[in-house]
Write a protein that binds this ligand. Structure first.
Ligand SMILES: [Zn+2]
Length: 415
């Protein structure tokens, strides 16, 4: 078995603290067998080990995106148009998106819901080696109520009985975890500020999922749905926007206290809500002088709107430990193109994380949240050698996360 020595100027192992200088990782059979100073590692390697020298760059655990919709193109079209595509086209779109995410240093994803068998097919394509992509947990189809958010994916269930049946069906088809839509969302005809399932219905999903040792994630934009999710014992809450039925965001300290107490994982999907890709693009044009007056006006209003959302997040952080927050892109939806977990890390820094804490959130903490902490999330002996190297120190400057110079999957260089 050929071993590989991967050496870099800096190493941030995902466990916090200051990155160590001139380190090397020894990989054998896809796993990390030693992490040490460059000088000390050569003595531990078997004869014939090959060395990859990443120069000054900083090596970190591969990034984890807990929220993707691989089958959607993220090209700004409305759901109605995106879902008019065939399943076959959605699989092709998914293959392209997996490649993009991997090249951006994202080595693990959760596929948060596609139509019919598309999500399962993509995972099979990956495991058979037909397409490249990040390691993947699939939900298959999100469970939703009649006419509910993402009902187009065809896993509609009303009432506890039907929800239990849906969980059983999805697990049988290969779901690694269960995604359920606890409030309305961007799907036409749904109300984001209202719960779409009762506490009892969500609890049926949790109970049935636990029976199969599956974790649960719930889409919760409405405060009502957040309360239901906490009471029902959902493992991970998506969005957590504190949205009221009138469409306004209103932070609720009591609810925040409940969330902190029960220790639910929270994935605030900040770039999605803040329309960060659009803001980033407009800022670029402002800075290079190509923005028209209307663009600048648009930018101003988008920035003000984003601050409202970020303020809610800052208030939440006064209650919930940073250690329970995991970034997720919601890529595929609206104009959220794949390849940009960096935006969510930027926004975590904006609400008070240090760059180092943001990186930990996307590595060690995300691995814990999705039940893969034994395998992934840190650079430690015994773990899978999924690694990414950045140009710059991402624990001091979050913009380094946008400058990916190398990506490794189980020790194999894929970028
Ligand atoms: Zn989503």
């Amino acid at each position: 078995m050929t071993q590989t020595i991967i050496r870099a100027g800096l190493l941030a192992d995902g466990r916090g603290g200051v990155p160590r200088k001139d380190q090397a990782v020894l990989v054998s059979a896809g796993r990390i067998v030693a992490v040490d100073a460059v000088g000390a590692i050569t003595g531990q390697a078997a004869p014939g080990a090959k060395t990859i020298d990443l120069g000054d760059s900083c090596l970190s655990p591969g990034l984890i995106d807990g929220h993707t919709h691989l089958s959607l193109a993220g090209d700004g079209r409305p759901y109605s148009e995106m879902f008019s595509e065939t399943d076959e086209m959605m699989v092709l779109t998914g293959a392209m998106n997996m490649h993009r995410h991997l090249q951006a240093g994202i080595t693990t994803i959760r596929e948060h819901g596609a139509r019919n068998k598309v999500g399962f097919t993509l995972k099979q394509g990956l495991s058979r080696g037909l397409i490249p992509g990040p390691r993947m947990q699939v939900s298959g189809r999100p469970i939703t109520c009649t006419g509910g958010h993402f009902h187009m994916c065809n896993e509609v269930a009303d009432g506890e009985q039907e929800i239990r049946r849906s969980v059983r069906r999805l697990v049988h088809e290969g779901a690694d975890y269960i995604k359920i839509m606890a409030s309305g969302g961007g799907t036409e005809g749904t109300i984001p500020g209202r719960a779409s399932y009762s506490e009892a219905e969500l609890h049926a999903a949790v109970h049935e999922a636990q029976h199969f040792h599956r974790l649960t994630a719930a889409h919760c934009r409405a405060s009502e749905s957040m309360v239901n999710a906490v009471k029902a014992g959902i493992d991970l809450m998506e969005h957590a926007e504190f949205l009221d039925p009138d469409g306004e965001l209103r932070f609720d300290p009591k609810l925040a206290e409940m969330m902190a107490e029960c220790g639910i994982w929270i994935s605030p999907t900040l770039q999605a809500w803040c329309r960060w890709p659009q803001i980033t693009q407009l800022r670029r044009r402002r800075d290079d002088g190509s923005a028209a007056g209307a663009d600048l006006k648009m930018l101003e209003s988008l920035e003000a709107r984003a601050q409202g959302r970020l303020d809610v997040m800052r208030q939440l952080l006064d209650y919930c430990m940073k250690e329970r927050i995991v970034p997720g892109t919601d890529s595929g939806v609206n104009d959220l193109a794949f390849g940009h977990l960096d935006y969510d890390l930027e926004l975590l820094v904006e609400v008070g994380f240090t760059p180092g804490e943001a990186l930990e959130a996307a590595t060690r903490i995300s691995a814990e949240a999705i039940g893969l902490a034994d395998e992934l999330g840190t650079i430690e002996v015994g773990k899978v050698a999924d690694l990414v190297a950045f140009d710059g120190d991402p624990t001091r400057d979050v913009s380094a996360v946008s400058r990916v110079v190398a990506v490794f999957q189980a020790g194999e260089r894929v970028k």
